[in-house]
Design a protein around this ligand. Structure first.
Ligand code: NAG
Ligand code: NAG
Length: 172
């Protein structure tokens, strides 16, 4: 009898843990980092909502500008409201991620993703608001890389997020 009860409570306990995990996942998505390396995959994430109801067209007024400095580039984000979440990286013309970001902002961290270089992708550390302008420094591993493109997603809140327009820049 005792054994049966403990088995049953264990089952209920496990069931509750699973429910809690699922609930937390959907309630918060990925508060501690982006859950994917690929900006396109956010469209298949909990942020997208039922049948993609929260997939919005347009950039919501969030924009990126790039500027060459001596051996680095500054990549600056601007937008109407502070953001909770961010995923940003630079692809070369073959679609391979490359270059390295400098990290001098506690609200951001590197995300380990495919491509060249260990620090080729940045994401958030928490939901704490990131205000604008948000200036990032990025350095290519190959100074004559030709053409590059910045890809990014910003999350204002769980159901309110935007794909920023891709921004191309050249090494010359
Ligand atoms: C740098 O990139 C250019 C353009 O893709 C390529 O032709 C060149 O071989 C690369 N150099 C190095 C050292 O990888
Ligand atoms: C998400 O942000 C938008 C824009 O600021 C706002 O209208 C909406 O109420 C917010 N939703 C939640 C759940 O905070």
């Amino acid at each position: 009898m005792e054994k049966m009860i403990s088995k049953k409570s264990l089952f209920i306990f496990n069931f509750l843990i699973i429910c809690l995990t699922i609930f937390t996942y959907y309630a918060d998505a990925w508060p501690q980092h982006a859950g994917t390396c690929d900006v396109k995959k956010v469209d298949q994430s909990p942020h997208a909502g039922d049948n993609g109801a929260n997939i919005v067209k347009g950039d919501g007024g969030y924009k990126i500008t790039t500027k060459k400095e001596t051996d680095k580039y500054s990549i600056t984000l601007n937008g109407p409201e502070p953001i909770h979440g961010l995923l940003i990286y630079v692809d070369n013309k073959d679609g391979t991620r490359f270059g390295e970001f400098d990290l001098d902002n506690k609200l951001l961290q590197y995300k380990s993703c495919e491509g060249i270089g260990q620090h080729n992708t940045l994401t958030h550390t928490s939901k704490d608001p990131k205000t604008f302008p948000l200036e990032l420094k990025w350095k290519p591993d190959n100074s004559s890389f030709g053409e590059a493109v910045v890809r990014s997603v910003v999350v204002v809140n769980f159901s309110h997020w935007f794909h920023l327009e891709e921004v191309k820049f050249n090494s010359s």
